[in-house]
Design a protein around this ligand. Structure first.
Ligand SMILES: Nc1ncnc2c1ncn2[C@@H]1O[C@H](COP(=O)(O)OP(=O)(O)O)[C@@H](O)[C@H]1O
Ligand SMILES: [Mg+2]
Length: 365
């Protein structure tokens, strides 16, 4: 059964309008399993936001970048204006790029060794550097097209990873700072190991991290939009994601379910079976996330590429996708079945007549 009117009434509106209209939002993360439509959805969301906000930046942090494919325009690691817009910018950053911050400081040194010993520090540093850069750019809202689940959560953990690491470093500096400079002087060079440079860099970054960490945990400023498809694995991953986000205290109250089969009068047994399967998981989504805005996107016969296609498809994110066509398809199904039954009845009576004729023939012989 497709979702009834009653269920519709209980569930928050089946659209992403709540995100577009939440004027204070500064950071919007869009995430889910690979290939479910994260880039498509984050691009559409960025386009919708560009209609109401002074400036929007969409950042892809997925190493398998495909913002360029979606917009059919090449992007780099600095913000580039999206063609056809005056206030929508896009950039693709690689969270795996080794941070050269420590290596750049001459001689490496004790503090640099310590810094490098903190797990994940490189990734955390480049994420922090990127956030620092983005903050100075003063965009009204920033949409993240994130990497598949595991990666995303690690990215969101970085502020705390870095905060902990930096805390340790500061403590060490306070305990051994004097000793380190004594050593430096003993070896005849003032600040030979470059600790001062590294420490001031770290202190600067700690400030950004603290601010960003607070912002990520503020539901007025940050939200996470989960994208999925109506299949078991995706449902399972979404639940994992929602739980992890709760653990990191990051707000999430929107799910976009993509690739819904809705064709009218489907004859294919395969498609009919898949539609039944999808409905089973849709029901489970509605049951599990009754306080979420669940938006539905139909599966199209073609890919969604280019600004025009994205704009056109984005209407489903603001106007709830009408499943009535699916119900109409059921009505059609019944009509088809009745036609088929009457054909079969006719064929049956023909066969019966044939049998009858044959029998009579045999009796004559
Ligand atoms: N509802 C849909 N109907 C048809 N094609 C879609 C739909 N959603 C996404 N696509 C296409 O599927 C591919 C993968 O989508 P994409 O948004 O890049 O996924 P992800 O970023 O999660 O890997 C793209 O080619 C996109 O155009
Ligand atoms: Mg993508």
């Amino acid at each position: 059964m497709y979702q009834g009117e009653d269920a519709m009434e209980q569930q928050p509106e089946a659209s992403i309008r709540n995100v577009v209209e939440q004027e204070q939002l500064k950071w919007i993360f869009v995430g889910g399993k690979g290939g479910v439509g994260k880039t498509t959805c984050s691009s559409m969301l960025a386009i919708l936001l560009a209609q109401v906000r002074p400036s929007v930046l969409i950042i892809s942090t997925d190493p398998a970048h495909n913002l360029s494919d979606a917009f059919q325009q090449k992007f780099t690691k600095s913000p580039t204006l999206v063609q056809g817009f005056s206030n929508l910018f896009a950039m693709e950053v690689d969270p795996n790029v080794e941070s050269e911050d420590f290596e750049n400081v001459e001689g490496g040194g004790i503090i640099s060794e310590l810094a490098n010993a903190i797990p994940g520090i490189d990734e955390a540093m480049s994420f922090a550097e990127m956030l620092k850069l983005v903050q100075t750019m003063d965009y009204s809202v920033i949409v993240f097209d994130t990497a598949p689940t595991g990666h995303t959560l690690r990215l969101l953990q970085f502020p705390s990873t870095l905060e902990k690491g930096l805390g340790k470093m500061m403590a060490l500096k306070n305990r051994f700072g004097g000793l380190i400079s004594q050593f430096s002087r003993m070896f005849g060079a003032e600040d030979e190991f470059g600790e001062a440079a590294i420490m001031s860099k770290l202190e600067g970054i700690q400030d950004v991290i603290e601010r960003v960490n607070q912002q990520f945990r503020d539901p007025d400023l940050t939200t996470f939009v989960c994208v999925c498809i109506p299949e078991f694995l995706s449902l399972y991953e979404t639940e994992r994601l929602v739980q992890e986000l709760a653990r990191f205290e990051i707000d999430t109250h929107n799910i976009i379910i993509n690739q819904i089969l809705y064709e009218e009068g489907v004859e294919s047994k395969l498609l009919q079976a898949r539609m039944r399967m999808q409905q089973k998981y849709l029901d489970q989504f509605y049951e599990l996330y009754e306080d979420f805005h669940i938006s539905l996107l139909p599966l199209l016969s073609e890919e969604v590429r280019g600004v025009d296609a994205l704009k056109d498809f984005s209407k489903h994110l603001t106007t709830p996708f009408n499943l009535r066509s699916t119900n109409e398809c059921k009505v059609k199904d019944i009509t088809n079945l009745e036609e088929e039954a009457s054909k079969l009845r006719q064929r049956l009576s023909e066969i019966e007549a044939e049998i009858e004729t044959n029998r009579k023939g045999k009796q004559i012989v």
